[in-house]
Ligand binder design. Structure first.
Ligand SMILES: Nc1nc2c(ncn2[C@@H]2O[C@H](COP(=O)(O)O[C@H]3[C@@H](O)[C@H](n4cnc5c(=O)[nH]c(N)nc54)O[C@@H]3COP(=O)(O)O)[C@@H](O)[C@H]2O)c(=O)[nH]1
Length: 897
């Protein structure tokens, strides 16, 4: 299911707005959690690390300051202690000095001891040395008389007259000691010896307190010469190292030359002796706590950072995924919006509104596209947020709402096509597809009017005649089937009339197909106007129409007036291609159920009835069962015709009596002189069972089947041979006329056949005339003229038969190489009384003469007809008045008459 959240329609925003939107989106992206959170986390980490480092720094500073302060305090304390100790030592030396000066070297110590002025021997070894460097006395008692004259301190005192105390370096491997000395002068101020106090170096560092100095602190005394007299670090005591003494009173970090330890160190000069008290606190010990805390801080910051990174990483990853999903969704929406904007379909995203019972009560338009605007004529802004019930035109009907409600309820898509009228707009065909989405439906509406119109056109083309727009054979068959079913149910009758136009071929061949088409359209319209609304007029092709008349009573008489009306409508003259033409129609009529129980039988029988009507032309004929018999008869006749022809043209057949065809000859007479100048050969068929058969019965059949070509060839050869026979018999010159049918005239070998007949008979070409109808010539005018010219060139003359019944173009007539026009007997029949026929006859005569042609009238039966023709300057005549067609043997007699 999709979502109802309205898709952003970026595709519709103009470029500057799009840039702004992109900027906003870019900023928005910056504010997205997966971007902002890591930035914030970086900031937090900076704060965290900043804080931690700051704390570390502060604590280190504090520790440093504390270490320096402690060093300073220790050095103060140690200086005070050392000052006291040295003061005591110096006091002892002075007392010794004094005692020697007072009591002499030998008794001085005893006297001091007696007075309790000697320091405890455990710590100080007091001695008096004479001027030669021999120990005079010592406490505790040492080896008397020991010689110390080479000791540095003795030589130094001996060589310095001043009363400056001297401190030796720490000497002695097993019992190390530092010797403090003062010069003893005699009364004369001369060197008299040395008073010394030897002190265990450990004495100077005995105040080393682990609690204050740590395990690697330093407490010691060095001479101002830089040589350590006593130094204690932890439990280790050492001496003799050479150190660089720093500035007095300062505390400095210093790497000790004693043990390489980095310490906060401070040195302090010690009064009268050239000594310096040195105190050092191990830097690592002093800073250990702060280092531990530093580690803790770093660990804390590191752990905090790691935790932060982990949390931020997880949240950012989640946010990134979320953003990606959102982006995908937005892109999908953008794509959807772009696609929907570009779509030819109208989109309506509709949110369902439920009533209290939970049924779908209405829809609210969430989103639409531009196509929807065009389709509804409403702006998007007018539609969005509005209820469908307020927007849906009443013409759209309740069905649509029900459809949508069903989709929203069932969750199953539906589609439908419907016709909608929107305000003033013409009715349109629409297709809707309603698909369920979360919270509503999406209706996709497409205008399918064009498709429907095309379908309708195709359907119409499939069921209608292209030229007239009338139903075609297929549609008529459907309607006939339906009419039969209805009639069967209601007990009614159905009428079916097959209509064939008489004379249409002449118009079509004579004036061309456009004229023929125009004629068909006009005639079709006229026939249609004669019918009721539920009748059907169909065109079957060519000049064949069919009328279907449902709901009839079954009385043939009831439809006779309608058929007459149709017949008369067809007969009305029609103007086509600037000429007025006239056709009639022959109708074959059947009635269901009387003439057939099914469509096929009815159509077949109507066709048979039409053929019968065709025999009379301009009439209608109800079907009768015998008519089908006549069709069978026709087939039998065709077979007989074929057999008869074979017998006539078979060169192996020696018996002329076996040929069932014969020619009669009808004389043609000059109207002025009365002279018989020619004959027309007219065929007859002497059928063994049916007797003499008129060409009217079989020439059409021969023409249809193509047998007319070999049959016509036989006529031509027989007529030429007969004419030559008359000539040979010494009869006056006669022209023999032979009828050439349309199909014969089209035969490419006609000229060759004529030449062959003349050659074989020996007849002079001038004695032969070919009669061709107008319609045969007009079928293919150019070719006809060519054929006629070839025949003319051969010396054969041509006449136009049945002139006036066709539609020869008069301009074309001018170019025909013909010698005679034959006025059709239909104009001659009523010539005595019918002014129209008279006018036509006179016009043909006049036209013929103007074209320098002879004019012959056929079918002249009465003297009135002859007199009229003669009076109107007609040249020749042919008809029963003078003679019926006769066998060749009677021509001589007629000539004689
Ligand atoms: N292609 C061919 N057509 C032929 C041939 N022989 C005849 N025909 C055509 O058959 C049609 C009928 O011919 P037919 O029955 O022979 O009738 C001809 C005459 O008998 C008839 N006629 C002559 N004079 C009169 C008359 O005074 N009254 C009257 N009612 N009928 C008369 O007219 C027919 C001759 O017509 P046309 O040919 O137009 O001159 C007919 O169309 C023949 O053409 C054949 O061998 N080949």
């Amino acid at each position: 299911m999709g979502s109802l959240s309205p898709p952003s329609s970026l595709a519709s925003v103009p470029p500057p707005d799009r840039r702004r939107a992109a900027l906003v989106r870019w900023l928005g992206r910056g504010l997205e959690t997966h971007v902002a959170l890591p930035l914030f986390a970086l900031f937090l980490m900076a704060v965290l690390w900043g804080g931690a480092l700051h704390m570390i720094d502060a604590e280190e500073r504090t520790a440093d300051a504390a270490a320096r302060a402690a060093t300073r305090e220790l050095v103060d304390t140690y200086e005070a202690q050392m000052a006291r100790s040295l003061s005591a030592i110096d006091q002892t030396l002075r007392v010794l000095q004094y005692a020697v000066e007072m009591n002499g070297s030998g008794a001085a110590l005893d006297m001091l001891a007696a007075k309790g002025l000697l320091p405890p021997g455990l710590v100080f070894q007091v001695a008096i040395i004479d001027a030669d460097g021999r120990v005079l006395a010592s406490n505790p008692r040492a080896r008397r008389g020991a010689d110390v004259s080479r000791s540095a301190w003795f030589t130094w005192q001996r060589s310095h007259a001043s009363d400056i105390p001297f401190v030796s370096e720490t000497i002695g491997r097993h019992e190390p000691h530092v010797v403090f000395t003062r010069r003893i002068n005699d009364a004369g101020g001369h060197f008299a010896g040395v008073a010394s106090v030897a002190v265990d170096p450990a004495y100077f560092t005995s105040s080393y307190e682990r609690t204050r100095l740590g395990a690697r602190g330093l407490l010691g005394v060095a001479g101002t010469d830089g040589v350590v007299r006593a130094a204690r670090t932890g439990e280790a005591l050492s001496w003799g190292q050479r150190v660089t003494l720093g500035k007095a009173d300062s505390v400095a970090l210093h790497t000790s030359a004693i043990d390489g330890e980095l310490r906060y160190a401070s040195a302090r000069p010690l009064g009268a002796f050239p000594l310096v008290a040195v105190v050092g606190l191990s830097e690592s010990e002093q800073m250990a706590a702060s280092r531990d805390r530093r580690r803790a801080w770093l660990l804390g910051a590191g752990a905090g950072s790691a935790l932060l990174l982990l949390v931020v990483g997880l949240v950012s990853a989640w946010s990134w995924q979320l953003a990606k999903a959102r982006r995908r969704e937005r892109r999908a929406h953008e794509t959807y919006a772009a696609a929907s904007e570009a779509s030819l379909d109208a989109f309506f995203v509709l949110r369902t509104v439920h009533d209290v019972a939970g049924h779908v009560a209405d829809f609210v338009v969430d989103t639409t596209n531009t196509r929807a605007e065009q389709l509804t004529g409403l702006a998007k802004t007018r539609m969005q947020g509005r209820r469908l019930s307020a927007l849906l035109p009443p013409a759209f009907g309740r069905d649509i709402f029900d459809d949508m409600a069903a989709v929203a309820t069932d969750g199953v898509a539906r589609e439908a096509e419907w016709q909608a009228r929107m305000d003033a707009a013409p009715e349109r065909w629409l297709h809707r597809q309603v698909v369920p989405v979360e919270g509503g439906v999406v209706a996709i509406v497409r205008d399918i009017t064009e498709r429907k119109q095309t379908e309708e056109r195709i359907r119409h083309l499939a069921h209608h005649d292209d030229l007239t727009g009338l139903p075609n054979r297929s549609l008529l068959r459907d309607r006939l089937g339906q009419a039969i079913r209805d009639a069967e149910r209601k007990g009614n009758a159905v009428g079916l009339a097959f209509i064939d136009l008489d004379g249409f071929k002449l118009v079509n061949d004579g004036l061309g197909h456009n004229a023929g088409d125009e004629l068909l359209k006009v005639v079709g319209e006229r026939m249609g106007r004669c019918l009721r609304r539920n009748d059907t007029l169909a065109r079957f092709g060519g000049d064949e129409f069919v009328i279907l008349l449902p709901d009839l009573s079954g009385d043939p008489g009831a439809i006779t007036p309608l058929l007459d009306k149709v017949r008369q409508a067809v007969t009305e003259p029609v103007e086509v291609e600037g000429q007025e033409v006239q056709v009639s129609c022959s109708m074959g009529v059947v009635l269901y159920p009387r003439d057939g129980q099914d469509a096929n039988t009815l159509m077949m029988n109507a066709d048979a009835a039409m053929y019968r009507a065709k025999e009379n032309k301009d009439s209608f004929q109800f079907y009768a069962s015998e008519m089908n018999a006549s069709i069978e008869e026709k087939l039998v006749l065709l077979e007989g015709l074929r057999g008869a022809l074979e017998a006539c043209v078979d060169p192996a057949c020696q018996d002329p009596a076996a040929c069932q065809f014969q020619l009669l000859y009808q004389p043609k007479v000059d109207l002025r002189s009365g002279r018989l100048f020619g004959v027309e050969a007219l065929i007859r068929w002497q059928h063994p069972e049916q007797g003499l058969i008129s060409p009217l019965r079989f020439i059409g059949l021969a023409e249809e089947s193509g047998l007319v070509v070999p049959l016509g060839d036989w006529v031509l050869r027989t007529a030429c041979a007969q004419a030559q026979a008359w000539h040979a018999a010494g009869l006056p010159p006669l022209t023999v006329s032979v009828n050439v049918s349309a199909r014969q005239f089209e035969d490419k070998r006609l000229v060759e056949r004529v030449a062959g007949a003349l050659r074989d008979s020996g007849l002079a070409p001038a004695a032969l005339e070919l009669e061709v109808t107008e319609s045969a010539i007009m079928r293919d005018l150019a070719r006809s003229v060519e054929t006629m010219r070839e025949l003319e060139a051969m010396g054969v003359s041509l006449s136009i038969d049945d002139f006036g019944t066709g539609y020869s173009s008069l301009s074309a007539l001018k170019s025909f190489p013909i010698s005679r026009l034959k006025i059709d007997k239909s104009f001659v029949r009523d010539l005595a009384h019918n002014p129209d026929d008279q006018a036509i006859a006179m016009a043909v005569i006049s036209l013929g003469h103007k074209l320098d042609l002879r004019v012959i009238a056929e079918g002249v039966e009465t003297e009135q007809q002859r007199d009229f023709l003669r009076a109107n300057d007609c040249d020749e005549m042919q008809g029963y008045l003078f003679s019926r067609p006769v066998p060749p043997g009677q021509i001589a007699a007629l000539l004689a008459r």
